[in-house]
Ligand binder design. Structure first.
Ligand SMILES: [Zn+2]
Length: 272
């Protein structure tokens, strides 16, 4: 059911109100980044999300609540999980850390052990609030996440849930989109629940740009991430591969609704 959705952050009521209205009117999933704690924005979210039919996800404030050493942040974690539950969210998303994990192979096992303990701790708390926790890919390549998920799966009784960020994969890994999608399909077969973040990084850094800008701008740097796919075909492939997952566009709020409409129209214009 979920499909393509929209992202908002709790910063400005005026900015997010039209996005929420649009998402609710179109049955689109909504992801809320709890990064700012603006009171009016939170009031608006509390007044319209919990009783809506929308699928709601919450992105934890990853600067404080990344997975590594999250056990030291129990009070802050409970506060955000409780806010997420209050909004009617079913899943929460976080990163592994604010910076890349150690690259040292001799510490790999120790890293997996630490992350496994942190994940078990955070998941136990999340489940108290009826929430499923997803780990999002950031600064590492595909092999790192494959090894991590395998290690976590081997060390725990429950499946690990993953949030695939397409823009992060483009700038922080060398693998292609098709290789990442094959990885996600394998993970799903092993019981992983998926959530997706979609945005265009054209250049050398994490830009969170709309897809609709990407094709007609000058200075686009060619790389081997998309290969033969243009962005409408890539998004349709993602949608068809993961029809039940929430696929959230992470683009600036001022373009969010227009971008959503243009992207869906472009996908619908593709030959079948
Ligand atoms: Zn993301």
């Amino acid at each position: 059911m979920p499909g393509f959705g929209l992202k908002i952050v709790d910063q400005s009521r005026a900015q997010i109100e039209p996005i929420i209205d649009y998402a609710l009117a179109h049955g689109a999933p909504i992801e809320v980044g709890l990064y700012f704690g603006d009171i009016q924005a939170r009031d608006l979210l509390r007044s319209c999300l919990p009783d809506s039919a929308a699928t709601v996800a919450v992105h934890l404030n990853h600067r404080r609540l990344s997975l590594l050493e999250i056990q030291r942040q129990e009070a802050a974690l409970r506060e955000q999980l409780s806010a997420a539950a209050e909004l009617g969210a079913t899943s929460v998303i976080t990163h592994l850390g604010n910076y890349p994990m150690t690259a040292r192979l001799s510490l790999r096992e120790r890293l997996w052990d630490q992350l496994s303990a942190d994940l078990s701790f955070a998941e136990a708390l999340a489940s108290d609030y009826g929430l499923r926790l997803h780990i999002e890919n950031t600064f590492h390549d595909l092999a790192f996440y494959r090894e991590l998920l395998d290690a976590l799966r081997a060390s725990r009784a429950t499946p690990v849930n993953f949030c695939f960020d397409m823009g992060h994969a483009k700038v922080w890994s060398s693998e292609s989109l098709r290789e990442w999608l094959a990885f996600l399909l394998t993970q799903r077969q092993q019981g992983t629940a998926l959530h997706l973040h979609l945005h265009a990084n054209e250049g050398l850094i994490d830009q969170h740009q709309p897809f609709t800008l990407a094709s007609d701008r000058e200075g686009v740097i060619e790389d081997d991430f998309m290969q033969d796919l243009d962005w409408p075909s890539a998004l349709r492939l993602i949608d068809r591969s993961f029809p039940d997952a929430a696929k959230i566009f992470e683009v600036p709020p001022e373009v969010a609704v227009d971008h959503y409409e243009q992207v869906l129209a472009a996908i619908n214009r593709l030959p079948h």
